[in-house]
Design a protein around this ligand. Structure first.
Ligand code: NAP
Length: 248
């Protein structure tokens, strides 16, 4: 029996990296997958085909998670296409790294809107169908940086810390309706987001991780499958670090 058989999932930012890995694992575990992308149009369209090969229903939507109205329209479209939403994975995220001294208002606002406001937008939009069916699992992609901070990432770290406060509050608000809300805090996961970093810094990071390697999208996707599935039915309001022991 597959862990997500027949469940309907909405994943934001699945055209690349971690979101892409989650979409594939979800399909492998029998979920029907609605997913979003923003700028990677061709990759988004290709993913639809990749997912359908698992024999599940899949559809990609071009939608900006940072836009409140677009999030509402997206959720309405997914419900029209799939019937309901059982699992929401708020994965979309960006970085605009620089030291506070050089950070401008736009770099702050872009990160807050794409990383934190997006989580509010999508979560608010899915609560209606989840309340109606009295079940749901919401999984928000935070970061170890949101727990410990990181020089040069004050905007990103603040957005990821905000996600944790939001996740726990929603768990408290919606637990009595059987809607669970958890966060995942990945450490250093090797994707296009991290490919932009200085190779020397990357090598130092790998060496400082107890498991002696960077994580893969699959490492994060496996934890996401667990939180999405009924295997975690009694887990809500938690943050799971997927970091190879980096934050220990
Ligand atoms: P990535 O390779 O840069 O991919 C980001 C994804 O988010 C892309 O599919 C992108 O879509 C989408 N996206 C960005 N802004 C969006 C928006 N406004 N609306 C809709 N989609 C949007 O990043 P990643 O490394 O896979 O990271 C995924 C998540 O994990 C992020 O939240 C990130 O902060 C978090 N995380 C990553 C790491 C790491 O080490 N990689 C560590 C901790 C946490 P388009 O390409 O179509 O624009």
């Amino acid at each position: 029996m597959k862990l997500l058989e027949g469940k309907i999932a909405l994943i934001t930012g699945a055209s690349r990296g971690i979101g892409h890995g989650i979409a594939l694992k979800f399909a492998e575990q029998g979920a029907n997958v609605a997913f979003t992308y923003l700028s990677s149009i061709e990759k988004g369209q290709a993913l639809e085909k990749e997912l359908e090969a698992y024999g599940i229903k899949a559809k990609g939507y071009r939608s900006d998670a940072a836009d409140f109205k677009a999030a509402e329209e997206l959720v309405n479209a997914v419900i029209a296409d799939f019937g309901t939403i059982d699992i929401l994975v708020n994965n979309a995220g960006i970085t605009r790294d620089t030291l506070l001294m050089r950070m401008n208002e736009q770099q702050w606002d872009e990160v807050m809107n794409a990383n934190l406001k997006s989580v509010f937008n999508l979560t608010k939009a899915v609560t209606k169908p989840m309340l109606k069916q009295r079940k749901g699992s919401i999984i928000n992609m935070s970061s170890v940086v949101g727990i410990k901070g990181n020089a040069g990432q004050s905007n990103y770290a603040a957005s990821k810390a905000g996600i944790i406060g939001f996740t726990k509050s929603i768990a408290l608000e919606l637990g009595s309706r059987n809607i669970r809300s958890n966060a995942i805090a990945p450490g250093f996961i090797e994707t296009e987001m991290t490919a932009a970093l200085d190779p020397k810094v990357v090598a130092e990071w790998r060496d400082s991780i107890p498991l002696k390697r960077g994580g893969t999208p699959d490492d994060v996707a496996n934890a996401t499958v667990f939180l999405a599935s009924d295997m975690s039915a009694y887990i809500t309001g938690q943050v799971i670090n997927v970091c190879g022991g980096m934050l220990t």
